[in-house]
Design a protein around this ligand. Structure first.
Ligand code: SF4
Length: 243
C-alpha cells in the first residue's frame, strides 16, 4: 500500500485483512468467505472462549492501574505511533499489556501485506522485547500448534517487527474450554517458514477478496467431517469437492 502511513485508519481497515479472519481463511477459505457473507449466530463454544479471554484481559488491564485515556488514532501512522509508545512503556515498566473489548492498548499492522490485528496480549516483563501471547480455547489440548493459529500470531509478530521491536517468537496458549486452568503453551518462532506461510496466505486471501479467484475448499477431509457449517450458500464453494 502506497503512502500507507497517511492513510486514514478507517480506510486502511476497510481494505486490510484482519489476522483473525486470515486464520479462518487458512483453516478453510470457503468457510471464511461464507462467514463473511452470511451472518450466523456465534456457536456457544466460541462465545464461551471469548468470555474467558475477555475476563483475563480485564484482569490484566486492572492490574495496570488507572489507564491513560486510550485515544482513537485517525491515521495508520498515528495508530502505529500510539502502539509503539504503549509497548515501549510496557517494556520500561516490565508489565503485560492486554487488549479488551473497547480498550485497545496496541495493534499490529503489516502494511506491505495489507494485514493487521489486535493480539490478546504482549508480555513485556523481560524489559527487552514484547512476547505476544495468543490464547485459544479448545475442547482438547493439541499436541502441536494449529497452522491457522500460527498464521494469526505470525501477523502479530510481523507487526511488532514493523514497529522496530525484536520479535523472535510468540506463545500460542491453548486452554481447555471446560477447565481453563488446563493449559498447554507452544513457542512459535518467527522463522522463514512462518513468514512464508503468512505471506502466501495473505496473497491468496487478497486474490479471493478482489474476486480474482474463488475460495478453495479445506485442505483435509477431516476438517469437512467435523464442519458444522450447513448454510446452503456453502454448496457453491465446497461440498461438491470434498463431501
Ligand atoms: S465442508 Fe469442508 S470445505 Fe466446506 S466449509 Fe466445511 S471445512 Fe470448508
Amino acid at each position: 500500500m502506497t503512502n500507507f502511513r497517511e492513510t486514514s485508519w478507517a480506510e486502511f481497515t476497510n481494505r486490510a485483512v484482519p489476522a483473525y479472519w486470515l486464520a479462518e481463511y487458512k483453516y478453510c477459505p470457503s468457510k471464511a468467505v461464507l462467514e463473511m457473507e452470511v451472518e450466523e449466530e456465534k456457536p456457544q463454544q466460541l462465545v464461551k472462549g471469548q468470555n474467558i479471554h475477555e475476563q483475563e484481559a480485564r484482569e490484566i488491564l486492572e492490574s495496570l492501574g488507572p489507564l491513560v485515556n486510550v485515544p482513537h488514532p485517525e491515521t495508520v501512522e498515528a495508530t502505529m505511533s500510539f502502539s509503539h509508545q504503549q509497548l515501549s512503556r510496557a517494556l520500561r515498566e516490565r508489565v503485560t499489556l492486554a487488549n479488551a473489548e473497547g480498550t485497545i492498548m496496541f495493534v499490529c499492522i503489516v502494511p506491505d501485506l495489507g494485514v493487521w490485528g489486535i493480539p490478546d496480549c504482549a508480555d513485556c516483563t523481560n524489559g527487552k522485547h514484547p512476547v505476544i501471547i495468543e490464547t485459544k480455547t479448545t475442547g482438547r489440548l493439541p499436541n502441536k500448534p494449529w497452522d491457522d493459529a500460527q498464521v494469526q500470531i505470525g501477523v502479530y509478530m510481523l507487526g511488532l517487527e514493523v514497529l522496530g521491536f525484536d520479535c523472535k517468537y510468540g506463545l500460542l496458549r491453548y486452554k481447555l474450554r471446560q477447565k481453563p486452568e488446563a493449559v498447554r503453551d507452544f513457542r512459535v518462532s518467527l522463522d522463514h517458514n512462518l513468514r512464508q506461510l503468512v505471506e502466501q496466505t495473505a496473497a491468496s486471501a487478497r486474490q479471493v477478496l478482489d474476486g480474482a479467484a474463488g475460495p478453495a475448499a479445506a485442505d483435509t477431509p477431516g476438517k469437512c467431517a467435523s464442519c458444522k457449517t450447513s448454510h446452503p450458500l456453502l454448496y457453491r464453494h465446497c461440498r461438491q469437492k470434498l463431501v
